[in-house]
Design a protein around this ligand. Structure first.
Ligand SMILES: Nc1nc2c(ncn2[C@@H]2O[C@H](COP(=O)(O)OP(=O)(O)OP(=O)(O)O)[C@@H](O)[C@H]2O)c(=O)[nH]1
Ligand SMILES: [Mg+2]
Length: 398
């Protein structure tokens, strides 16, 4: 299944049915009064979150949606049938924007969350409605009002508690496969991961959290290098970031330098995301000779002078992974209960989430525009598919 996290769609709600002009005609009842019924309301277009979905691919194949019109009213005061709502199922975590005004319409964050994205038109009034003491035989009716119609942009941001960032080959996918049941592709070349992966880290019944792995970042990612920064959007709903770094890189680059490079890219993408709680994870410790391990890790820790927790692990041997999972779970529980019990903490978190969402939305829109201009320059048309990757994505939830 192809992972698509953006789609442009056009939605049209149904028009209201017209009101009816009719008079009662019955044997022995001369000049029966008006009996024209109202038109039915047009169907609305509704987004419904479905936890079984995890891509917006279907909306790429079918970009137009129209809900049925309401039926006209009829004689004998019969109201026309309403048009049924058209329900579009989307993955949990989908946000919808009006593409023309770039305004946020809403988002669905829980299974079965629903939002009406285009309201159906109201049915018109039949002539019965215009009966009065001075006008016993009104010939007036109204037409139904038109349904709303919009060009919308759907954006999917995955919901996870913990997000992984790091250079390609840092070992992100190895770690997610060590901690969860997810089985992402792992290889010793950069950009093995082409689309976000999700995994559930389960410590005990009712003690689990979601972790997401995104493609690696490289210098210049904010300007579109490598797979770019567009996948960073999927970290903007996480609570803790894990910044993974290879402590023994093949090219002997300085890990401190590597981490700073990524931090710069995060900052350019979204200052709010860059300021989020980000734990440092020193990975591949098994590659450091045992007798030098303690000293070299200690000196690395000192040069980092990291403001958040630092963990030392090996994704391959599993060393340090259990402790990392345990500490993450404990911290997430503390953060969750703070949010629940302290309205102040809840509102700070909401503001933070909104800022990250807005910054991510803006940066990705800028990148999209840049690609569009570039494609036009190259005469390649300006489709919306510049961010597609023909990849297989496996989202493991359990
Ligand atoms: N020795 C050792 N090798 C590791 C460790 N973690 C990952 N590797 C190796 O490093 C290489 C890259 O690992 P991945 O998990 O694919 O790295 P990634 O960060 O997901 O890379 P991208 O998807 O390209 O961004 C693979 O060959 C892994 O086997 C570790 O703790 N120790
Ligand atoms: Mg990977």
């Amino acid at each position: 299944m192809k992972f698509v996290d953006e789609a442009l769609i056009t939605v049209e709600a149904g028009n209201g049915g017209a009101g009816c002009l009719s008079f009662r005609r019955e044997k022995y009842i001369p000049r029966g009064g008006p009996d024209g019924g109202d038109g039915g309301d047009g169907g609305s277009v509704v987004l419904l979150a479905d936890e079984n979905l995890n891509t917006l691919i279907d909306f790429r194949y079918q970009p137009r949606y129209r809900a049925p019109n309401g039926r006209p009213g009829a004689g004998r005061n019969k109201t026309g049938a309403g048009g049924n709502d058209l329900v579009l199922k989307v993955p949990v975590g989908t946000t919808v924007y009006n593409d023309e005004t770039d305004t946020l319409i809403g988002e669905v964050v829980c299974n079965d969350d629903a939002i009406t994205i285009a309201n159906g038109g109201r049915g018109g009034l039949g002539n019965t409605r215009f009966k009065s003491s001075t006008n016993r035989a009104p010939r007036r009716t109204t037409r139904g009002s038109p349904g709303e119609s919009f060009k919308l942009r759907l954006e999917l941001r995955l919901l996870a508690d913990v997000g992984l960032v790091g250079f390609p080959n840092a070992g992100k996918s190895t770690l997610i496969s060590q901690m969860s049941a997810a089985k992402p592709k792992i290889a010793d070349y950069p950009f093995t991961t082409l689309a976000p992966q999700l995994g559930v880290v389960s410590l005990a019944p009712h003690r689990s959290f979601m972790i997401t792995d995104i493609p690696g970042l490289i210098p210049g990612a904010a300007k579109g290098a490598g797979l770019g920064i567009r996948f960073l959007r999927h970290l903007t709903r996480t609570r803790i970031l894990l910044h993974l770094v290879d402590v023994a890189p093949i090219d002997n680059r300085d890990p401190v330098d590597i981490v700073e490079t990524i931090a710069d890219e995060l900052e350019q993408f979204s200052p709010a995301l860059a300021a989020r709680e980000r734990w440092l994870v020193l990975n591949k410790v098994d590659l450091v000779a045992t007798d030098q391990r303690e000293a070299s890790i200690q000196s690395l820790k000192e040069s980092f002078n990291w403001p958040f927790p630092v963990h030392v692990i090996s994704g391959v041997t599993g060393e340090g992974c259990e402790l990392l999972a345990y500490n993450l779970m404990t911290r997430l529980e503390v953060l969750m209960s703070e949010r629940r019990e302290d309205p102040e903490a809840e509102s700070v978190e909401r503001i933070w989430l909104d800022r990250m969402a807005e910054e991510a939305h803006k940066r990705i829109a800028e990148l999209r525009e840049k690609y569009r201009v570039k494609r036009k320059g190259n005469d390649l048309g300006d489709g919306d598919d510049d961010d597609d990757h023909e990849v297989e994505v496996i989202l493991v939830r359990d």
